[in-house]
Design a protein around this ligand. Structure first.
Ligand SMILES: *Cc1c(COP(=O)(O)O)cnc(C)c1O
Length: 237
């Protein structure tokens, strides 16, 4: 193999620090490191950054804009997994299904029904049933999308009724705050909601997608299984 590019070397150094943070957070909460998956958030970064990340073995990417991701993914030759972590408008649903391996931001019944119909018609790369996460605004943040905690049950029921979709878990974004207790509360609330819904509906919702650069420790303490990290890997956007 050719030597690592300067960009790969830069990312590698950041990745080492990040892995130390993740390991410490897992140790503090008595969790195994294998329970927490790292997603590299490549939004706004060029294809070259994705390729530099691939060289380091990263294979899971998060993007928040459908068109940007579609363009990038068509240029990358390796076989990573790409997931949508930004809001999805109905008019981009088809392209989203064709671009992403999973959509994390399902926040309304209408979107569930639309995706179900499209997957049923054969739109979507990869697997049917198509995997989704339900986005919950567990921090009650007016600036964030996602169903309310109160609305999550109805959304789950709609998703469970969808023939061509498979709900794998919940996703949240914590409110921005100087006070770390705010993110912590949000993450524990999502965890409690997940536990409650699993019990009441007799389903497994194993994925808890929560935690980013600034709040991943709190998320891991609350049971996160997937952290979405951008700036700690690639620098400020
Ligand atoms: C941008 C983004 C991230 C990554 O944020 P960083 O603070 O850069 O780690 C994670 N999740 C979502 C939904 C995002 O939009």
């Amino acid at each position: 193999m050719s030597p690592l590019s300067a960009e790969s070397v830069r990312i590698q150094a950041k990745m080492a620090l990040l892995e130390t943070r993740m390991a410490a957070a897992c140790a503090r909460s008595g969790r195994s490191e294998s329970e927490v998956t790292l997603m590299a958030v490549t939004k706004t970064h060029p294809v070259g950054t994705v390729e530099a990340a691939e060289r380091l073995g990263l294979r899971l990417y998060g993007e928040n804009r459908v068109q940007e991701a579609a363009a990038k993914r068509s240029e990358v030759t390796t076989d990573g997994r790409w997931e949508l972590i930004g809001p999805l408008q109905s008019n981009k649903a088809k392209l989203a299904l064709e671009t992403f391996d999973r959509i994390q931001t399902i926040d309304r019944p209408k979107l569930v029904q639309l995706l179900d119909r499209l997957v049923g018609e054969g739109v979507a790369r990869g697997s049917s049933p198509y995997p989704i996460l339900l986005q919950v605004n567990a921090g009650d943040d007016p600036a964030k999308s996602g169903t309310t905690v109160e609305g999550a049950e109805a959304l789950l029921e709609c998703a469970l009724a969808a023939k061509y979709l498979r709900v794998e878990g919940l996703m949240t974004i914590a409110p921005l705050s100087e006070d770390p207790a705010v993110a912590e509360r949000c993450f524990f609330r999502l965890r409690a909601l997940r536990d409650r819904l699993e019990g009441s509906h007799g389903v497994a919702l194993p994925v808890l997608s929560m935690g980013m650069t600034d709040d991943l420790e709190a998320a891991i303490a609350a049971g996160s299984t997937l952290i979405r990290v951008g700036s700690a890997l690639f620098g400020q956007r």
